[in-house]
Write a protein that binds this ligand. Sequence first.
Ligand code: CO
Length: 130
Amino acid sequence: MAQIDHIGIAVKSLAAAKAIYVKLGLSVSPEETVEQEQVRLVMVPLGESRLELLEATSENSTIAKFIAKRGEGLHHVCLRVPDLRGAVECLKKDGVRLVSEEIRTGAGGHKYVFVHPASAGGVLLELVQA
Ligand code: CO
């Protein structure tokens, strides 16, 4: 069964953005940099799910471009799926538009892919392997 793994929020400053969650008494993970996405992030665990706060580390980062165009805010929703490879095959066969054709490997070794908002009701959808 698929679940919401996390919700990604694009922010100008992690330090400023995480303050509200600290005030709410939530725990915030240490900052982590993901070189290939040119972002720095923190995670805010919320039961089965998490918030992912994303700050650009370069002007070329997709997060920097997103903020320049639309301002800070909701960037993507991430679903954890039991069979990522199977899901991607199925989506491709149905002509669903993916941001990258290949499944990528993240910093912690997790596998992920992004579905283009044009194919997901205007929402950037990240899929990760459970
Ligand atoms: Co994400």
